[in-house]
Design a protein. Structure first.
Length: 279
């Protein structure tokens, strides 16, 4: 966080590739990102894709560029003018086969929350949405899910609590150095008042409201995440506050999350028209 500061982004404001097509959905697993992806993919101007690995591939390349020098993200400071634009163009070329010509497309790789600064450097006009869920529900749902790969922090409640705190701290940093860049969409608020929050989401993406976004469960497209079945259903609320049924067992998680829980409102009573995807 000491590397990617506001001054650096100001100095390199014109270095990236100026294309507003990508919409990045970031966050933690089981927080509602697949739901938001499905909502956006129900818009006539947005192409739904998959969890794209392209940004993570670029990060790995930075990390292994030269064993004798700083790794990522420190190496970003030494990137010469023009290279970020080349990386942005490369990203768009690599993802082009997944697109059918709509003005926008979605890159829903939750772990990209760590790389908002890199995305801004490569694609300064890209749209970024952070989907977050109450930490107790988010971490408990992640703990229950047996991921195929890539989520090694998810098998221990204490590790999960620490990881969530780090995630919040990093998102706070992006808000400080890139004010207004990231829209934070609270899952419980989306469940409580779908239309108002979908309109807010579409406004952030520069899109007009379309009723089809409210009927996202009717959109026919492949979904390959743990929430594939949930996004085929209308919103429902049974997942909100589900952790309370296991409160004593989840005490190590609650204790590790500590004061960050105060940032989230008390989970309200379940509402009939709520939830869908929790990833």
């Amino acid at each position: 966080m000491r590397v990617l500061r506001r001054r650096l982004f100001a100095q390199r404001a014109n270095d990236g590739w100026p294309d507003p097509a990508p919409i990045f959905i970031v966050g933690l697993p089981r927080s509602g990102s697949t739901l938001v992806e499905q909502i956006l993919a129900s818009h006539s101007r947005v192409e739904g894709t998959f969890e794209l690995p392209n940004v993570l591939t670029i990060v790995r390349e930075f990390d292994h560029r030269n064993a004798e020098h700083d790794a990522y993200p420190e190496v970003v400071r030494a990137v010469p003018p023009g290279q970020f634009a080349a990386l942005g163009r490369r990203y768009l070329e690599e993802t082009a086969p997944l697109r059918s010509g709509r003005p926008h497309f979605i890159d829903k790789m939750p772990n990209n929350f760590s790389h908002v600064g890199l995305i801004q450097s490569m694609l300064p006009q890209a749209i970024i949405v952070d989907v977050r869920r109450h930490p107790m529900d988010s971490c408990f749902s992640t703990y229950k899910q047996n991921f195929a790969e890539g989520q090694s922090f998810s098998y221990d409640l204490t590790d999960l609590g620490r990881y969530y705190r780090c995630y919040l701290r990093l998102m706070d940093h992006w808000d400080e150095v890139l004010p207004g860049k990231v829209l934070h969409l609270q899952y419980e608020e989306l469940v409580r008042d779908p239309e108002a929050n979908i309109r807010r989401l579409l406004t952030h993406c520069g899109l007009e409201f379309e009723p089809g976004c409210l009927a996202f469960h009717e959109t026919k497209r492949p979904v390959r995440t743990a929430s594939a079945e949930q996004v085929r259903q209308p919103l429902y609320s049974s997942g909100v506050g589900h952790w309370k049924h296991f409160e004593s067992e989840l005490e190590p998680l609650r204790r590790t999350l500590g004061d960050c829980l105060a940032r989230f409102p008390t989970v309200p009573a379940p509402i009939e028209h709520s939830i869908s995807s929790t990833r």
